[in-house]
Design a protein around this ligand. Structure first.
Ligand code: URA
Length: 465
């Protein structure tokens, strides 16, 4: 008897190599017990040989199995059934002599493996459909987390889908099996969180903080051996490609809607009319109206804020409330002529929660920023500014297309991929909220200093004209 212990529940590659070696050495399925590290050690029955001593394979050409078996096996191997590796080895063993076995749908082994793969596939689809990220932390510390209980071992397999769909936001998917984390560059994994600790949606942040240090990038303290340094180019990519074939492509991210279109410079008015009916996200439902950008078409500077506030929502114009007054004052001190700049927001509808007679501002989420980005892109296309000033984290996320920390990037000109320059600074509301008068003065001065960079550019353009 041979006991084969795989590294983890998702260690398909070891199963594949070992199964091949076993079959080549004529070791029948009845003589093999499959286990997974940390699970069945204590259950090793007497008489089992734990180090099977299978000699390395000298040749790899003695038998072949249909490619669709490997595809089927990869998915079915993610099933939670403890017998799946044994079943798959039995199928492999039989396929050596019956190449068309998979066509026999009524065969009990084929039927069982197929049912497992379908169940895994459904679970992946459910994960894709039900996961809703909640924001935890704010501004440049913002991170998104979701709790999910998978039926099968699908988290590692499905994580690249979320990395692609939510490429520009750092997220964590917490599950009882394993937690997946995306930092914008690579996926990493840490051990799962016990179901007894299952966080209620409003306690997700607390759970996240208890398990992971919030101010440090997630590098698992004790990563699982087979999950170390997984990135887009890791073993998950070929697995994902297979999944796309096996699952008919559902795992491919849906295209972002609606599509970006290039507009001629004189289309700004048409754009404004079109945006008045925007339904790209739910925010239009409660807001009074779309608050579109304003300023001359000839502006060479575009100022981008977060979203209209209460006053702007009622008036239909950007930056006319308290934050607007703060902005006007700083622009004047910096020497920027507001009449010559185009002023807009990353999100064009007011997001708020009612509290009695007051409407309390709510920060827009990444999906809302994304849904609205088409308008920002089309405004850029229509205005063709030389410099885009992003005021605050939401604006910076929209301008750079990804979460962009203010502190690290403020106060200097940054090249955008389309050849324009960007300048990152704080949002004027941030200055309004500062409680300490001394800090307020200092921060206001830094804001003015940042805007002076824009003033320099405006003057240079005026001289050149
Ligand atoms: N805050 C913004 O970001 N934009 C406005 O128009 C008003 C307040």
């Amino acid at each position: 008897m041979y006991l084969i212990t795989l590294d983890s529940q998702t260690d398909f590659e070891s199963w594949r190599k070992t199964a091949r070696a076993l079959a080549l050495h004529q070791i029948a399925p009845a003589d093999v017990t499959w286990s997974v590290q940390g699970r069945a050690k204590e259950a090793v029955p007497a008489g089992l040989c734990e180090a099977p001593g299978i000699p390395p394979i000298e040749t790899d050409g003695t038998f072949s199995v249909p490619a669709n078996f490997i595809e089927l096996a990869r998915i079915a191997a993610l099933h939670r059934d403890g017998e799946r590796f044994a079943l798959l080895y039995r199928l492999l063993w039989r396929l050596r002599t019956d190449h068309d076995l998979l066509e026999t749908r009524a065969d009990p082994d084929v039927a069982q493996a197929t049912a497992m793969a379908v169940s895994v596939h459904r679970d992946m689809q459910r994960m894709r459909d039900v996961i809703r990220f909640r924001e935890i932390g704010r501004e440049h510390n913002a991170r998104y987390a979701a709790w999910f209980v998978p039926e099968h071992h699908i988290v590692e397999f499905t994580a690249p889908f979320f990395a692609r769909r939510y490429a520009d936001m750092p997220w964590s998917i917490l599950t009882p099996d394993i937690c997946a984390h995306w930092d914008g560059h690579a996926i990493s994994f840490t051990p799962g969180i016990s179901q007894t600790e299952m966080p209620a949606p409003n306690r997700l942040e607390e759970t996240w903080r208890r398990h992971f240090r919030p101010d440090h990038p997630i590098t698992p303290e004790a990563p699982k051996k087979s999950h170390r340094n997984l990135s887009k180019a890791s073993i998950l990519e070929p697995l994902l490609a297979d999944a796309e074939r096996w699952t008919g492509g559902w795992i491919t991210p849906r295209p972002e809607a609606p599509m970006k279109r290039k507009l001629a410079a004189d289309d700004l008015d048409a754009l404004r009319k079109e945006a008045a009916h925007c339904r790209a996200c739910h925010l239009y439902k409660d807001a009074t109206q779309t608050v579109f950008g304003e300023g001359p078409k000839s502006a060479n500077i575009m100022l981008v804020g977060e979203q209209p506030g209460d006053k702007e929502d009622l008036a239909g114009h950007p930056f006319v409330g308290p934050a607007g007054q703060m902005l006007d004052r700083a622009l004047e001190e910096a020497g920027v002529d507001r009449k010559k700049v185009y002023v807009t927001n990353a999100v064009k509808h007011f997001k708020f929660v009612p509290r009695g007679k007051v409407r309390l501002h709510q920060k827009p989420t990444t999906p809302e920023i994304r849904a609205c980005r088409q308008w920002y892109e089309r405004e850029v296309s229509a205005i063709q500014p030389d410099l885009i000033v992003a005021m605050g984290a939401t604006a910076a996320q929209s301008v750079f297309g990804k979460i962009t920390p203010i502190g690290k990037n403020r106060g200097r000109l940054i090249d955008l991929p389309d050849g324009r320059k960007a300048l990152v600074t704080v949002h004027p509301s941030y200055l309004l909220r500062l409680p300490d008068p001394e800090t307020k003065v200092l921060e206001y001065q830094r804001f003015v200093d940042d805007l002076k960079i824009a003033a320099g550019l405006q003057k240079k353009a005026a001289r050149a004209a």
